[in-house]
Design a protein around this ligand. Structure first.
Ligand SMILES: [Zn+2]
Ligand SMILES: [Zn+2]
Length: 339
């Protein structure tokens, strides 16, 4: 089942306008609030049906597309009309929330150029060329985890005082049995649910501002690609738990302070897991062509943070080192006057 939004004025396809936060018709400029859109009520697909691949017909031009992966929205390959594959966005594959794009295409292009210009080691041609080959807005699947942790720490601590009494140096050791209990809340711990994206690269795009999460609604996807998760929250849990465990242990380690020595004798951590949420986060994918090579970058669609590596210019590296040695030389030169 393909969802799309035809303009009530002229019948053209409407897309979600990032700046206005509404559906917008590029043809006659008409706008529509998301609340005016009739909600979709369908039965949805099972996971095995999703994996099988489905044939879709573009509602605008009739073009046939086959979706094999977990794609949930796309643009028609023939006429660019937005297509939302609604039956892949239901049941436990319906996102709870969405973080809408802040940066539109123009903002993203500008932010990318600026970033290239600031690139210390990128060759001059890379910086000045206008070679953005493809800029694709995509909602990628994330899981948000929430934990409550009860931390109970028992420690033996000492305070050592040294003072003089007459001719004698006296060492006084005070011994304390310390008991500390803490309730810690870890909210919105993000983890990407896609097997296609490198965790390391995704981490470079963080943080996202989760205060701006909205309840998920289909029209947000009109004009953007999106994809469902490959990993369920349960599959990610061991990795997430390890991450949180480390936070809590670090906290517990520093929980008893203000003593000369601290020896932790017992540490008990109790986790309560609140319900995890499947969400969509906004990413601009940039393909950049330089001397026939395509370089790939990702940009946080909320704040413009970029991950990816531009090519290194040997000349710029040399110049940079040249600059450093010149400064060192001057410092030595000045130094020699005084020594
Ligand atoms: Zn229209
Ligand atoms: Zn089409």
């Amino acid at each position: 089942m393909i969802l799309h939004y035809s303009c009530p004025g002229c019948g053209a396809e409407m897309t979600y306008d990032i700046k206005k936060g509404k559906l917008h018709c590029n043809h006659c400029d008409r706008e529509m609030e998301l609340s005016e859109v009739e909600p979709w009520s369908g039965s949805g697909m099972t996971d095995s049906e999703i994996l099988e691949g489905t044939e879709y017909h573009c509602p605008n031009c009739g073009g046939v597309m086959v979706s094999k992966d977990k794609g949930t929205s796309t643009l028609c390959a023939y006429c660019s009309a937005p297509m939302i594959l609604a039956d892949r966005l239901s049941g436990n594959r319906r996102p709870a929330k969405i973080l809408p794009f802040h940066m539109d295409r123009q903002d993203a292009e500008e932010a990318f150029r600026k970033w290239c210009k600031n690139g210390r080691f990128a060759p001059k041609g890379f910086v000045s060329a206008n070679n953005i080959q493809r800029l694709k807005g995509m909602y990628v699947p994330y899981w948000l985890f929430h934990f409550d942790a009860k931390v109970d720490v028992q420690a033996r601590a000492t305070n050592i005082l040294v003072f003089m009494q007459g001719d004698y140096e006296v060492t006084e050791t005070e011994i304390y049995n310390v008991h500390r209990a803490y309730n810690l809340q870890y909210q919105n711990i993000p983890y990407d649910g896609s097997s296609q994206l490198e965790d390391e690269e995704m981490a470079k795009l963080e943080p996202f501002n989760f205060d701006e999460l909205r309840d998920f609604d289909m029209p947000y996807l009109a004009g953007f690609e999106s994809s469902s998760y490959d990993f369920t929250d349960s599959e990610l849990m061991p990795a997430v738990k390890e991450k949180v465990d480390k936070y809590v242990k670090d906290y517990a380690q520093g929980a008893v302070s203000g003593y000369t020595t601290v020896n932790i004798e017992n540490r008990n951590i109790d986790f309560t897991r609140e319900e995890d949420e499947f969400i969509f986060v906004p990413i601009w994918f940039v393909d950049y062509n330089y001397h026939g090579n395509v370089y790939k970058f990702m940009m946080n669609g909320q704040n413009g943070r970029i991950a990816g590596k531009p090519p290194v210019s040997q000349m710029k590296v040399n110049l940079w080192w040249g600059g450093i040695s010149a400064v060192l030389f001057i410092l030595c030169f000045i130094g020699s006057f005084f020594w």
